[in-house]
Design a protein around this ligand. Structure first.
Ligand SMILES: [Cu+2]
Length: 119
């Protein structure tokens, strides 16, 4: 009877501890993309990452830039990338599906970029 109780406690402890450690293992790399000041450009413009990685955009410009997926062109039907970025704003998005994600600034259409997500 005592072993059963100890075994039960052991399983309970394992369940309590495991979610935290597996969540940590799923964390990917964070890649920085900068909206360059007074240039209407992204740096880097094209970037290749792995599934589970995060892109962190920072708007270093003094004007607002609205980043969005180019409709109908991404690896998913979702609008994966969407952020109204005020000056100084930071926007992060984690990619879970492999493929290409072209995006642009929908105020300044010449500002284009692409995220490629590899398995
Ligand atoms: Cu813009």
């Amino acid at each position: 009877m005592g072993k059963v109780v100890l075994g039960f406690i052991g399983v309970w402890i394992a369940l309590a501890v495991l979610p935290a450690s597996s969540a940590k293992a799923e964390e990917g790399t964070v890649h920085e993309v900068t909206v360059i000041r007074n240039a209407f450009k992204l740096n880097p413009q094209d970037i290749t990452i792995k599934i589970g990685d995060t892109i962190k955009w920072t708007n270093t410009d003094e004007r607002k830039h609205n980043l969005a997926s180019i409709p109908g062109s991404g690896a998913t039907d979702e609008l994966e990338i969407f952020s109204v970025m005020e000056p100084g704003a930071v926007y992060s998005h984690t990619f879970k599906t492999p493929g290409e994600y072209p995006y642009f600034c929908f105020i300044h259409n010449q500002m284009t970029g692409k995220i490629t997500v590899e398995k």
